[in-house]
Design a protein around this ligand. Sequence first.
Ligand code: ZN
Length: 85
Amino acid sequence: MSSRRSVCRGCGAEIVWVKTEAGKSMPCDPGAVPFWARPGAPGKVVTPLGKVVSCDFIGERDRVSGFGYVSHFSTCPKAKEFKRK
Ligand SMILES: [Zn+2]
């Protein structure tokens, strides 16, 4: 997987850019976390294969879907300012 580190222009947090299947780069929080895929779930992760998946971040350990990078848009305190653009 190709990713490069940088810093969020909104909140100054460290982020990584993760390439999605669609060929776009998505700003994500550094470090992969376990996720539980569920259609319509509020969370969004990008898997190491570049798939963007709706998910929960808590669930039963033995039913975990995999590990992925959390979209920084869902955690950034300044996310609203990005959307205004
Ligand atoms: Zn941010």
